[in-house]
Design a protein around this ligand. Sequence first.
Ligand SMILES: [Zn+2]
Ligand SMILES: [Zn+2]
Length: 318
Amino acid sequence: MPSFSTPTPTSRPIARIWTVLRQWFDTAPIEGAGITADHGIDWLRVLPFVALHVACLAVIWVGVSWTAVLVALELYVLRMFAITGFYHRYFAHRAFRTSRAAQLVFAILGASAVQRGPLWWAAHHRHHHKHADTERDPHSPRRGFWWSHMGWFLSRSGFQPDLSAVQDLRRYPELRWLDRFDIAVPIALAAGLFALGLWLQHAAPQLHTSGAQLVVWGFCISTVVLIHVTVTINSLAHKFGTRRYDTRDDSRNNFWLALLTFGEGWHNNHHHFPGAARQGFRWWEIDLTYYGLRLLAACGLIWDLRPVPAGLRRLGRG
Ligand SMILES: [Zn+2]
Ligand SMILES: [Zn+2]
């Protein structure tokens, strides 16, 4: 048994620091520190998340350019689509089919959004649907806004999900690797942006950008906005909006959240029939992710998009 799982009083602080440092880079379950119901915030473990927010303040020193803003926007769009289209509708709900290669490409894009790995994301989300707005929901706003928005994934209980819910995804070693070393892709993205900025600084000085500027805008600011907009679906879309369907939970349809999250704001529709590739059930319910998925289907990259059964769609109000 490793020494850190049964620490002596003198070794405990060192063991704790070692455990946390390891968890920053390698999320494999540590003996004696697996699934827990402890809802306390794990401040040491989430330091990189806090640092990501603080790093946005570096904009004071690196300044701004059109190039940096465009890169930040493009990365928001690409990664939001990867989260909603693939982490959510594909990995969590299996709402369509694709090849193993495309599955990996979109898992990597999803992992670049700094929302942990595909197994972690899908496992928590499947538990959410199974126990929505009950005691066992990982992030119900009935426990308070901040809990549903951030507390749940900053807590000790949010670190290791019950992976028995994602046995179908665990079959793929490449997904297990991405999930275990979930900081690898974000680090690669930040390094790539730094290299791109350095190159542009010399190759195209008229763009007035730099390595540090592209990291701050393209990685830090874009990622922080992306994370907070994504989790509004857990916090705000179970509180504010209209209910077309009498689902067992508090889910709502919210036009503004649907715009920002590329369709996820039609959350009451989604809880009514979670298996569909589409979340905007009416023609006027803008669902950018679904349009993107239709485009990928037209290119032959994905197929068998699951529709909403007509009978179920008609049941609701409005
Ligand atoms: Zn929900
Ligand atoms: Zn869902």
